[in-house]
Design a binder for this molecule. Structure first.
Ligand code: HEM
Length: 415
């Protein structure tokens, strides 16, 4: 049996925070191995990247999720007790609940609501000076997803809840004030979502059939019990928060259109080209860096020993940029997705494997739909200028975003 290369440092937590998206990839390159071992928060951790690693990582018989994500991530990003940390029957039943919301018709409906928000906003962009696309899209998505999910939201509350949802997303991989702001935001948001669930259960809020609120409020778990109010709130936020997070991908798509203007012409009114463009945006730009699991029972893989209970991180960013999977990985080339057959273990910005039986992102189809709508809107419903601004994308900042949030100016309706 070959031993797993061991990172030299006694604990790599600070390096993990400092090196950001390149933490695993840099070390894999250094050791000439797609697997190495380190300590993070003093816990021995095996880091992996690449297709065989992704296939291994999404094998439910070998890995579990309970106890995999550090509490600091649960108390900000995901919440405690949500689908992310469940295994086996509990996970299957909870995940089936979430996936039941994601029908093609429902996804189209959410896309339409987003389009409506976009069109409604154009006159104000035409009137005002520069607008920050990130903030604009965030508020549109908050409105759209709340309306779609059956969650009432007064106009006066849109900015506030958008900020709270953002704060949760910003907080998990940082120390200091940004982290504590995220914890506070989660406490407030769970209280808010819990009250909404209470009202739906009491019949005081008529949530439409099939809406996220109705499905979650009425859900019964693997032992036929309703979800406790707090857990129902966590799952409702598992729909709202990441839908608003699609704003980052929209900014990345705008950045790609700006940096590769030839694609503006290619995607305009061309659905297949828009799809390849969106897939390349999801591959190329950095969003979540890793996914975490724990070894269920000891096993050997590729000559390496994985001891029971060991924490394992799959490098999502590094797999999306693996040179053996993606020739010229640091080039933005949507054409690589022409005729792509959809391997579940190579394009993993939202996890890999199967949506229903595994932990792959429940909202992947929603994400692609919303991104396609945004790209279509950016290329066919408005024209705009991109004024001078700081668009540098740092791979050290988790989650990444250009500092300016992508300013647009001189907006005109063209359709
Ligand atoms: C904004 C773009 C998004 C990104 C980059 C993203 C990324 C991810 C990642 C990396 C995972 C974890 C995979 C793993 O643990 O192996 C995940 C899980 C999840 N995502 Fe997303 N996601 C996005 C959008 C969405 C949307 C729009 C929704 C819902 C409407 C959603 C709901 C979920 C849920 C519920 C899980 C947990 C699935 C499970 O544990 O079985 N995500 N996502």
């Amino acid at each position: 049996m070959s031993s797993i290369p061991v990172d030299r440092s006694p604990d790599s937590t600070l390096a993990f925070l400092r090196d950001g998206y390149r933490f695993i990839g840099d070390r894999c390159d250094r050791y000439g191995s797609d697997i190495f071992q380190t300590r993070l928060l003093l816990v021995p951790t095996i880091c992996l990247r690449g297709r065989p690693a992704a296939e291994l990582f999404y094998d439910n018989d070998r890995f579990r999720r309970r106890g995999a994500m550090p509490m600091r991530g649960q108390r900000t990003l995901t919440g405690v007790g949500g689908v992310q940390g469940l295994d086996d029957a509990q996970h299957r039943v909870r995940k089936a609940m979430l996936m039941s919301i994601m029908t093609p018709a429902a996804i189209r409906q959410l896309g339409q609501l987003f389009d409506d928000e976009w069109r409604a906003r154009i006159p104000s962009w035409e009137r005002s000076g520069p607008a920050v696309l990130y903030d604009e899209v965030a508020r549109m998505l908050t409105r759209a997803v709340c309306a779609w999910a059956g969650v009432p939201l007064a106009d006066s509350d849109v900015a506030r809840w958008t900020a709270e949802l953002h704060a949760m997303i910003e907080a998990s991989a940082v120390l200091g004030p940004r982290h504590w702001r995220g914890r506070l935001a989660r406490r407030r948001a769970e209280r808010w979502a819990g009250e909404v669930v209470d009202r739906a259960r009491a019949g005081a809020l008529p949530a439409p059939e099939g809406s996220a609120l109705r499905v979650i409020a009425e859900h019964r778990d693997d032992r036929d019990r309703p979800l406790p109010r707090r857990i129902a709130a966590v799952e409702l936020l598992n729909v709202l928060r990441p839908t608003v997070a699609v704003d980052r991908f929209v900014v990345f798509a705008a950045l790609a259109l700006h940096d590769h203007p030839q694609w503006r012409e290619r995607v305009r009114g061309d659905e297949p080209a828009t799809e390849t463009f969106v897939q390349e945006v999801r591959r190329y730009y950095p969003f979540f860096s890793v996914a975490a699991a724990r070894v269920r029972r000891s096993f050997e893989w590729a000559g390496h020993h994985f001891p029971q209970g060991r924490r394992v991180l799959l490098d999502l960013y590094g797999t999306n940029h693996h040179p053996e999977l993606w020739p010229g990985p640091e080039q933005f080339r949507p054409d690589r997705f022409v005729g792509w057959r959809g391997d579940p273990f190579t394009l993993v910005p939202q996890g890999g494997g199967d949506h229903l039986t595994g932990h792959r992102c429940a909202g992947e189809w929603i994400t692609v739909e919303l991104m396609k709508r945004a790209v279509t809107n950016l290329t066919t419903t408005i024209s705009y200028r991109v004024p001078p601004q700081d668009l540098a994308l740092s791979l050290r900042r988790l989650p990444a975003l250009p500092p300016s949030g992508f300013l647009i100016d001189g907006v005109r309706r063209i359709a």
